[in-house]
Design a protein. Sequence first.
Length: 400
Amino acid sequence: MPVFNKPKRIAAKGVVPFLGDDYAAFDRLNHDQYALLPGFCDVHVHLREPGFSYKETISSGSRAAARGGYTAVCAMPNLNPVPDSREHLEEELAIIRRDAVIDVRPYGAITVNEAGRELADLEAMAPDVIAFSDDGHGVQDPGLMREAMQRARALGKLIVAHCEDNSLLRGGYIHEGAYAKAHGHRGICSESEWRPIARDLELAAQTGCGYHVCHISTRESLRLIREAKKDGVDVTCETAPHYLLLDENDLREDGRFKMNPPLRGVEDREALLEGICDGSIDCIATDHAPHSAEEKARGLEKSAFGIVGIETAFPLLYTGLVKGGLLSLEALVDLLCYKPRARFGIPLGDDFSLWNLEAEYPIDPREFLSRGKATPFEGRRVYGRCKGTVHGGKLVYFEE
């Protein structure tokens, strides 16, 4: 697995000359000072369009992704209209074709309107979706999930699951742990995540469907997935940077610390770090979930769930995991690029990004290209600044 440190090697393959007029700006950089990395792939982002363009658009979200070194993203279907039919999917595809500056692959919904009552038109959407997901909603009915897996397998598509048992939520909005108890908050128990995973792993074993688990946050979830892999179940999983770098001890009475699943306990974070290091966790996805400033200004209880992360993922992980001595740079690139692309069948091509790994700076949301600014990492000092990103022979992001 190559991590390119000499951009001239890429130029020799004919990538950079395709930049045309854009190359003049790019070539002003002193390439010898920078590391050249393959274009990252995020299989879990929210681009909010159609339906919620005040939070994000495909244009702003894809440009933010390019700033973070990403050249491919998979867009979740909690939109308006939900892509649950060919007609509704086409609305999203038209905007992608018009406005995306990188490779944007949409998900199709598992159920109509993501309501969990009847299956969406999976067959009609299959040619143009990356996989099927009801992200933001757990599919509560096991019979419906079994049927979805059977149909997805016949179509050669993954089921990508947001695992959440609604009967166990009890109005919670942060982790059911020490912080919630100390500050009088209602908690979300770990079982609400791992119990649906246990159910779905049995269904995946029975149906033979490829199954991918979104944003795992608990040690129990990881244990179940490890065991299923040993038993031959076709399962992969992702976690997000915030679950690796933060836990409930980092919580503040601020909406930028509210996401779903929530920040868990120290033991959960340590287990996820172990899963990253031993290969049990297959990739890191950001769950980039932008909201308006007003929606994130209501404190932990009343703010919307979700934080942004696609512009900060690599610097945070490079600083925390690579410079922290837990992972090699090659292993981190594997988790951000090669493994997600392999699982979801997304080719890399000649995409790459150029990084100044020695640049140190504080994370400042005012610099974000995303419309969303809420991040729990605001002010954290990190290393690694993206200087340019190339997708399909075009310079899609550049910083002098």
